[in-house]
Structure formats: structure tokens, C-alpha cells
Design a protein around this ligand. Structure first.
Ligand code: PLP
Length: 401
């Protein structure tokens, strides 16, 4: 070690921020849940209202979904022990791909092991040397990471101001007309819950010859006909080339997918590194999605209840004077605008029995620090009332409202 002049690990030894926040008693990350019923979870022997999960329809604790997973384990075991490409494909993968393609009204579907890996499989596989990936500045971190992978193969990565179609057009004008282009946006932005301006985005993509990839992680089961997401919400399913998503939110499981036309999905299937060199989604995960998909189709009232619940909290917090990010989806983000106050607020809510997410740097820009809440179809009115009243009490105490 004495011969090392510049130790690679120095940054780790010098990293003290997490310990400093822990010492202040307001560390909001990695808290282990001991037990969960969905809307209510146990931490350290205490029951808390979960107001920060993406389990939008509450399906992670649905008995039918759990039974489907258990039955799949009995039939196929706990792992496929290999990639889809080689020995890791079971009947359930094909069945789910068929059903999702049908549900999203696209020719083909391809499953990945996580939503994160889906972006990594689609973007660098499609966008190559001399081609352009064009991202909204507020896109999910996984899409940014995937775009940087494309840069590694000499593609160009450009960004436009958040949901600004004027800025997207400005960017498109700077790109050679004959270059391949992929515009990538979240359907529902994960920090704010805001919906993309899809009608204008589709017009611009058409005018400038770009393809579109939409990440609908937070839209499926929330907006669109029967919860089919953002393209369906705007009646533009045929105009969006590729739609990807995750199973870790509405579908109550783990994994990701992309849907689109046959040739494009087939190309991704035979070339995507994150698919070919990673083990396939477990049978238990896939079976849970199949069960959740059936529930989503048969019980659209769950979606209605989710929106009613979220609107109830949104209206309650707005009436109390909180500054909210623009959203009509299942996410309600409360802007606090100061890092320390956000952490303090988070801790007071936690102590009062309400679990939310603290969004601080680098997740958000300075001045946009926020408490992000999200709701489930299975929250009861008393849960929602507690969330509103604890927010209001603490907000007044800390001078936020
Ligand atoms: C917009 C978006 N894309 C992708 C992902 C990643 O999905 P997964 O959790 O399946 O890796 C998330 C999850 O937070 C997300 O919000």
C-alpha cells in the first residue's frame, strides 16, 4: 500500500456526508421494513403509514398475486439460473410477453430483469455511432445511464429542458436531418408525477424524423384506458414507437419490459447486452405480473380508487398551503426547498408514523428539495387524513406553511 500515490479508495474514506446526517438523527435512507400489509408497514416495532411506495394498486400483498408466485416456485423453482438467451426462458416468460404485447396494443414485447436494465438494453442497442439519443432533463436516472452507455459507442447524447417542447425543437434543429434520432422521455416523471406533453412530442418527432421511446414506469395502472399508460391517455398508442416500463410499481413484482414493432423488438432481443448477459426474471416474479395484469384488467375500479385517494391528499395539502409539483397522477411531491429542512421534516413525519421519500441533492436541483409522497388504491381514508394532518402540523412547526 505504501507505494500507492493516489489511492482510488480515498474518495470513500473521505465520504462523511451519510455519517454526518446520521449523527443529526435525520438519515432518511435504507430503513429496513420488518413487515408490510401495503398501506401500513412496521419499522422498529412501530406501525407507519406507507405514503412513499410505488405499489400503486396495492398488489404486492394481494393473496391472488402471492399465490401465483408460490405456485410458480413450486413448478419452476426459485431461479432460472441463466439468461433468456440461453437456458433461462420458461413458458411463463413467453406467456407474459404475449399478454403484455396484447394489453399495450403493440406487435411484440420483450422482458428484462429490471426496469433499469430495460433502458440499458434498449437505448445503447438502438442508438449507435453517429446517431442521437435526445433526453428530457428530468428523465429517470436509469435512462441517463443508458444514454451514457450509447455515448460509449460514439453515439451523441443531448438533453432538452424539462417537458419544454420549444427546447426539444431547438435541439432537433441542431441535429443533421439524416442522422438517426431517438427521443426519450418519462411518460409520468418520477420525481414530480407530471405527465409528458406527448401530443407535441409526437408532432416534433414526426416533423424531424425521430423515433420515440417512452418510459411509462409511473403511468401504467394509473392513467390511460384501463391503466394502459401515457400513449393511451392521449390516444397516441400508434404514434409512440417503443414503450417501456417496470414491474416494480403497479404490477407488484420485479422486472421490466419494452413493447414495439416485431423487427425492432427482435433486434433488441438478439443484441441487448443487459438481456443476453443477465439472468432472466424469476418465475415467481413473472407469475406475479401475470396475476396482477389479470386483476388490472378485471378491476379498473382499483385505478379509480387510486386517483381518488391521491386527489384527496393533493387537495388537502394544497388547501393547507403547501407548494406542490404539478401532477394529476399517483405522485404528490411537496416542495420544501431546503436540504436540512427537508430532512428534518422527513424525520418528524417518520416519528409521527408517516413514511415518505426525501428527495435531496443529487436527486433534485438545489432549491427543489422535496418530500415525495405516492399513494395506493388500498389506502383507507383514515390513513390519508393522518398524512394530511401530520404534514400540516409539522409544516406549521417548521414554518413551511
Ligand atoms: C421512470 C423509471 N424508469 C425506470 C425505473 C427502474 O425500474 P426498476 O425498479 O424496475 O429497475 C424506475 C424506478 O424507479 C423509474 O421510476
Amino acid at each position: 500500500m505504501s507505494t500507492i500515490r493516489k489511492d482510488l479508495f480515498k474518495k470513500c474514506y473521505d465520504f462523511t456526508l451519510a455519517d454526518e446526517v446520521k449523527a443529526l438523527g435525520v438519515y432518511p435512507f435504507f430503513h429496513p421494513i420488518e413487515e408490510t400489509e401495503g398501506p401500513v408497514v412496521s419499522f422498529g416495532g412501530r406501525k407507519l403509514i406507507m405514503a412513499g411506495s410505488n405499489n400503486y394498486l396495492g398488489l404486492t400483498s394481494d393473496e391472488r398475486v402471492k399465490a401465483a408466485s408460490i405456485n410458480a416456485i413450486k413448478k419452476y423453482g426459485t431461479s432460472c439460473s441463466g439468461s433468456r438467451y440461453m437456458t433461462g426462458t420458461v413458458n411463463l416468460h413467453l406467456e407474459l410477453e404475449e399478454r403484455l404485447a396484447d394489453f399495450f396494443e403493440k406487435e411484440r414485447c420483450l422482458l428484462f430483469s429490471t426496469g433499469y436494465q430495460t433502458g440499458q438494453g434498449v437505448i445503447p442497442t438502438l442508438v449507435q455511432r453517429g446517431e442521437y439519443v435526445i433526453c428530457d432533463k428530468d428523465n429517470h436516472a436509469s435512462l441517463v445511464a443508458a444514454s451514457i452507455m450509447a455515448v460509449g459507442q460514439s453515439a451523441k447524447f443531448v438533453r432538452y429542458a424539462h417537458n419544454s417542447m420549444e427546447d426539444l425543437e431547438r435541439v432537433l434543429k441542431t441535429i443533421p436531418a439524416d442522422a438517426g434520432k431517438l427521443v426519450v422521455a418519462d411518460g409520468v416523471f418520477s420525481v414530480s408525477g407530471e405527465i409528458v406533453d406527448l401530443p407535441r412530442l409526437v408532432e416534433l418527432a414526426d416533423e424531424y424524423g425521430a423515433r420515440i421511446l417512452l418510459d411509462d414506469a409511473h403511468a401504467v395502472g394509473v392513467i390511460g384506458r384501463g391503466g394502459r399508460g401515457t400513449p393511451s391517455e392521449f390516444n397516441l398508442v400508434g404514434d409512440v414507437d417503443l414503450i417501456m416500463g417496470t414491474f416494480s410499481k403497479t404490477f407488484g413484482s420485479l422486472g421490466g419490459y419494452v413493447v414495439g414493432e416485431h423487427d425492432v423488438i427482435d433486434y433488441i432481443k438478439h443484441n441487448a447486452s443487459s438481456l443476453i448477459f443477465s439472468a432472466s426474471p424469476t418465475p415467481a416474479s413473472v407469475a406475479a405480473v401475470l396475476a396482477s395484469l389479470e386483476i388490472l384488467k378485471k378491476e379498473p375500479e382499483l385505478i379509480e380508487q387510486l386517483i381518488l385517494n391521491t386527489d384527496y391528499v393533493r387537495e388537502g395539502l394544497a388547501a393547507a398551503g403547501f407548494r406542490l409539483m404539478p401532477s394529476r397522477t399517483a405522485i404528490v411531491s411537496v416542495i420544501i426547498g431546503d436540504q436540512m429542512k427537508t430532512l428534518e421534516f422527513w424525520k418528524k413525519l417518520f416519528d409521527a408514523g408517516v413514511y415518505v421519500n426525501a428527495f435531496i441533492r443529487p436527486g433534485v436541483m438545489p432549491g427543489h428539495e422535496a418530500l415525495r409522497t405516492s399513494f395506493m388504491a388500498t389506502h383507507e381514508k383514515e390513513h390519508l387524513d393522518t398524512v394530511i394532518s401530520e404534514f400540516t402540523t409539522i409544516g406549521r412547526e417548521l414554518g413551511v406553511v
